[in-house]
Ligand binder design. Structure first.
Ligand SMILES: *Cc1c(COP(=O)(O)O)cnc(C)c1O
Length: 478
């Protein structure tokens, strides 16, 4: 394709994209297709000669759209939001055009330099302690990872290596295998599945600790577990605390957990994948108090800060712990300026990396902090509007405190009727929700997701839910 064709087709694609997003409310949020639906719709092998652009465009509606779950629809309330914004799309477009792989500073200096500066911009927006910033007094800094899962894994593995180096000083004959057998990591029983998975990949024991009635992990619980494990001769080394759980948006008590971790030399990592974005608003920032005790902190601008997937920002107080955890240095990756600026290949699992800071730069400059704060506040306000509607209907109850843009609710009574409610709502396809469970209490989660969701959309969702409840209440479980 030559550049003149790219301009022509690109113009058409832009118009398709804006029309798709402008009219997204007219589509059902959740598709009505069966597994394997696509097989009959396209040929069973790639074309030998090129297809025409026009034929390809036609197939977007014929082949793709019938099976799309419309995450950017204001009628989509499932999981957590995944940010979308034109600013971010434009940044990504430039990223694609530059098409670099920024594994070392020399492989594309701007890719590394902008990332360093954006991590400081964003860190300051969240009022992270200076110790986490490149411009701070210590060894702090941040890096963009693909996902929160990778950030947790990277920190767990770095902590594992740190402990190995420390223990080897006491016992020179110690092997990593022997050490790993005695390491123990912690998270709460509400932590994201990716935390358990990080434990499995890192081959360390991950103990899930019980949370209080609000789903929050408390300092005393951690302390008790650490003392028990130390008495067994185990080595507590890592805690993944959660700020804003996926289940119910509960917050672990960082101010209690932090000092316990420090006393016992445990690396505290904070997973704030969803809620982290809200810390740019001063009124929510107190929920992050205690972060100064953490070795690492991560959240996903790709969830709630208008930067599109993938953009998961990770800060550490001592970048050497990431930098030197898995250090290999083949000749073809060496360059003259090593050590002056970061070579981010050492800070992540893969070697290759996209120029992801561009989309952050575009978003932060084209929207400004104030607009971003307003959009967070709008979503929280909508969640409270929905909470009020649920509370006005005596058949329903709220299952967890509404703190951010997530409302957990259920029909009073046995789990089965709420399970049926969810099934009926999702089968209807007009809105989309997912469920969760805390201590055997099943509930539905309504998360404010799309950038354009407004009060009418929330009312619409409530109407759909109420009508489904009417049917269920008339004919209780068959
Ligand atoms: C969404 C979420 C994750 C997973 O995020 P990825 O970026 O997809 O890995 C982890 N932790 C919490 C608390 C989440 O809400």
């Amino acid at each position: 394709m030559e550049s003149d064709k790219f301009e022509e087709y690109g113009g058409e694609m832009l118009r398709y994209v804006t029309s798709y997003l402008d009219n997204i409310r007219s589509r059902r949020a959740f598709p009505d297709v069966e597994p394997g639906f696509m097989r009959g719709l396209i040929p069973d092998k790639a074309p030998d000669d090129p297809d025409s652009w026009q034929d390809l465009v036609k197939d977007i509606e014929r082949v793709i759209m019938p099976g799309v779950t419309h995450w950017q629809s204001p009628k989509f309330f499932a999981y957590f939001p995944t940010s979308s914004s034109y600013a971010s799309m434009l940044g990504d477009m430039l990223c694609n055009a530059i098409g670099c792989i920024g594994f070392t500073w020399a492989s594309c200096p701007s890719c590394t330099e902008l990332e360093v500066l954006m991590m400081d911009w964003l860190g300051k927006m969240l009022q992270l302690p200076d110790a986490f910033l490149f411009s701070g007094p210590g060894h702090g800094g941040g890096v963009i990872q693909g996902t929160a899962s990778e950030a947790t894994l990277m920190c767990l593995l770095s902590a594992r290596t740190l402990f190995y180096k420390r223990e080897r000083e006491k016992r020179a004959e110690l092997t990593m295998g022997q050490l790993v057998d005695s390491l123990v990591a912690y998270c709460s029983d509400q932590a994201h599945s990716s935390v358990e998975r990080a434990g499995l990949i890192g081959a360390v024991n991950m103990r899930k600790l019980e949370t209080d009635a609000k789903g929050s992990l408390r300092g005393d619980t951690l302390k008790k577990a650490i003392l028990e494990d130390k008495a067994k001769g185990l080595i507590p080394f890592f805690l993944c605390a959660t700020s804003g759980t996926t289940t119910s948006c509960a917050f672990d008590n960082l101010k209690e957990l932090g000092p316990v971790c420090e006393e016992h030399g445990v690396w505290m990592h904070i997973d704030a994948a969803y809620a982290g974005s809200a810390f740019i608003c001063p009124e929510f920032r107190p929920l992050l108090d205690g972060v100064e005790h953490a070795m690492s902190f991560n959240f996903n601008p790709h969830k709630w800060l208008k930067a599109m997937f993938d953009c998961s920002t990770l800060w550490v107080q001592n970048t050497d712990h990431l930098r030197y955890a898995f250090d290999v240095d083949p000749l073809y990756l060496k360059h003259e300026n090593q050590g002056v600026m970061p070579d981010f290949r050492h800070w992540q699992i893969p070697l290759g990396r996209r120029f992801r800071s561009l989309k952050l730069w575009f978003v932060l400059r084209l929207m400004g902090v104030k607009n971003l704060q307003q959009s967070i506040r709008k979503d929280v306000r909508l969640a409270h509007e929905f909470e009020t509607m649920v509370k006005s209907d005596p058949r329903f109850e709220i299952s967890a405190d509404v703190i951010m843009g997530l409302v957990c609710f259920r029909l009073k009574g046995p789990n089965e009727i709420s399970e049926r409610l969810l099934r009926d709502v999702n089968t209807g396809g007009q809105i989309h929700l997912v469920p969760s469970k805390m201590k055997d209490n099943y509930f539905l989660r309504l998360a404010i997701c799309a950038p354009d969701t407004n009060s009418d959309d929330v009312k619409y969702a409530w109407d759909v839910i109420k009508k489904a409840a009417d049917v269920i209440m008339k004919s209780p479980i068959a």
